[in-house]
Ligand binder design. Sequence first.
Ligand code: AGP
Length: 607
Amino acid sequence: MCGIVGCILAEKSASKKAFESLLRLKYRGYDSAGMAGIEDGKLVVKKDAGKLEEINQRINFLEITSNIVIGHTRWATHGAPTRENAHPHIDCNGEVAVVHNGVIENFQELKDELIESGHKFRSRTDTEVVPHLVEEGFKKGYDLFNSVLYAVKRIKGSYALAIISTREPDKIICVCNESPLIIGIGVDGMYCASDIPAILPYTNKIISLKNGEIAVLRHDSYIIRRILDGSPVTRSPQIIDWSPDVAMKQGYPHFMLKEIHEQPQSLRNGLRLQEKYLDLISLFMDRGKKIFIVAAGTSYHAGVAASYMFSKLAKVHVHPVVASEFIENYGDAIDIDTVVLAVSQSGETYDTLKAVDYARMRAATVIGITNTLGSTLTRVSRAYILQQAGPEIGVAATKTFTSQLIVLAQIALRLSKMRGKLSQDEIDEFKSKLHEIPDIVDEVIKSSESRVKEIVNKYRDENLFIFIGRGISTATALEGRLKLLEISYIPSIAYPAGESKHGPIAIIEEGVPVIVIAPNDSTRKDIIGNIMEMKARGARIISICEAGDREIAELSDDIIEIPRGVHELLTPIPYVIPLQLFAYYMAVEKGFNPDEPRNLAKSVTVP
Ligand code: AGP
């Protein structure tokens, strides 16, 4: 997730407003930044890697003297955080500048085609295909608006774009598709930005562009059209009355809730992985005689879930290990035939990196799954894949957990294909189930949020929660427990339900709340048995189950229903959503700040 801004004013004060707007978007990305304006008919582009303020110290964005400026603060998804990969990106002739937030899925084929026809590329980003496509539009004799239309009709994926050109220096063209983009109607000019905080000090009259819309901003007017047929769109501006702090969270009270709600989009972006990296990673894994997943905390829970995916899809044993125990427990078994899949959203976790360093020293192959391009993990991995979830500000991992799961599921599927373990129909079936997940998660968030609040209200005074699941739902139970524990500080226990009789059931007494992850999968009959044994000892049962499962509903004191038809290996993604919301609302109910839980840091970079 990156931040884009643009402003076109009557006066030549655009660079100051664009820079201040970028400062308010820093939380959307902070590994590189840039701005472009038009001075006396020429493009002036200033950009570099690093933090926004540091870059400004070095290259002084405010030197751009123009009434039209676009800007960008980056969270790298394609291409390391370097000056060349920073936005804005320009065409061959320096007539077009583009800033972009999103993921262009088909950029490689477009880039090959454009290079073939003589275009010179300067970066490794997906974004850079856009100015060259606009340049192609110019070559076909189109004006700027139609050249941008030509370009966006060629690209696939998610994009919020702001585009300027020396050929028509009186307008900014904005395009929106599955990445947020708003227009601000000011008294001194027109603004565009990835979200409201950026431009709220200049105007509170906002129009949110919808997917498939293109807008032309002039300093005193704007028009919006549909990309599909060019038909005009009329939409009255929304008057925003948020405080700047609330605006930073797009109206949500906390980053954690905002990030829970972002999951449909982060999952869509997680499905836009580079085929070549999926193939490379599967190739490395295919060679492994021993395969470990090494991670900490929530990322470890993603690894536990992934071990079921690899086992059932690729018929491969992948052993999830808590990073801090890896060397002690398995160090002597590591050799050149070992593959270590290191999962870390920050890419900076001390225990995970220590395990990785040890594995590399023993000649193992290390593969990284991370959310942070340019992190240490990307530098020490033989190959890595980015989760594309965008920066996660809340200390408790939410969207990065589900994006890890959807990435790991795709790797397991790719490995299964490589090993010929699934038929074409089974592969197609799993793929279509994967692509249903973002919409299912969207539905779960909408349908369960108010139900979760009721449950929080009913159990708010409890001082112990038990989480149980079977099979892959064990991972979901572990993660639900960690969420509740780390932000509401309520002692909680999670374990595989089959373990109950081996000890944990001793803790059950009248009224103890037991949260049961009970999808309609191969473990359902056994989990019903676990529910019965808990109830027999007075437990209160809160079940997360498939919609319409009457049997489990009748056995439960409270239920949260998940839409039918979720593939059994993908259930952790939708089934964890109510648990994230439960932890969040319980913390708020208890008066805690979910974004900054006590004693915790977002990334544990020390032993
Ligand atoms: C999860 O909510 C916590 N923030 C923590 O357990 C986290 O998952 C763990 O520290 C691993 O972080 P990483 O994914 O950045 O390696």
